[in-house]
Ligand binder design. Structure first.
Ligand SMILES: [Zn+2]
Length: 232
């Protein structure tokens, strides 16, 4: 589903009001997957592509030689649409970790520090893995794509917005092999006991300390201390 920039927030407020983590807070988010209804909602990339061109890129191109405005906007729009859709489709096939339980506990005001830590860490793994897989698919299948995004803090254009997340999942793959994918998709391999799978999850989650989380943009730098103070 494609909505106008200003309708994105309204939709989310109506559709997922219990979204206590404010995952979609950032005005720079391009789209989102909602488990309820199993839908992907994307902002209108046409307006966004025009704004990226006007505000950030037009000045960088030598208009005599390089690219005309219409072609440029088309490439930007295509890049944003394909990369956002691919990323969100990858999320849509993950089994969410503990969100139902978290919602219940939230309603009962019964959330522990550990629950918060786990949910932040699962989200970190989800973003790193989805960015890694998306990057792989785009590199292999859509070579015309410009990896482009807006830095939520500086509001500047980033040419490789998910680079740190992609690298971090690469590190997980080196260390945990294909088990990294099993934990990412939250699907236990048949030949593994529940206990081993839970331990594996724990080990992988613990890779996301507050410094890593801030570095890959899951928490803000001034939230590091608060994260560390949550009990394990
Ligand atoms: Zn994502």
């Amino acid at each position: 589903m494609v909505v106008r920039e200003e309708d994105f927030r309204t939709f989310r407020e109506d559709w997922a009001p219990e979204d206590s983590l404010d995952i979609l807070e950032s005005a720079k988010i391009m789209g989102s997957y909602f488990t309820m209804g199993d839908i992907i909602v994307m902002k209108d990339m046409d307006a966004r592509a025009k704004s990226i061109w006007k505000n950030y890129l037009e000045g960088f191109f030598d208009k005599d030689h390089q690219i005309d405005e219409r072609t440029a906007i088309t490439i930007i729009r295509y890049s944003l649409t394909i990369s956002t859709l691919t990323h969100e489709i990858v999320h849509s096939v993950q089994f969410p970790e503990g969100f139902k339980e978290f919602e219940e506990k939230f309603k009962e005001k019964n959330i522990t520090d550990k629950d918060i830590k786990n949910i932040v860490r699962f989200r970190a793994l989800a973003e790193c893995g989805a960015s890694y897989i998306t990057n792989k698919i785009l590199k292999e299948r859509y070579t015309d794509i410009m990896p482009i995004g807006i830095d939520p803090d500086t509001e500047e254009v980033e040419y490789d917005p998910a680079e740190k997340r992609i690298k971090f999942f690469g590190h997980m793959l080196n260390k945990y092999g294909e088990n990294a994918y099993y934990v990412f998709f939250n699907t236990k391999p048949d030949n593994m006991s529940n206990e081993s799978f839970n331990n594996l999850k724990k080990d992988m989650f613990s890779e996301f300390n507050s410094q890593v989380l801030a570095d890959i943009g899951i928490i803000k730098e001034d939230e590091e201390e608060a994260f560390d103070q949550l009990a394990d």
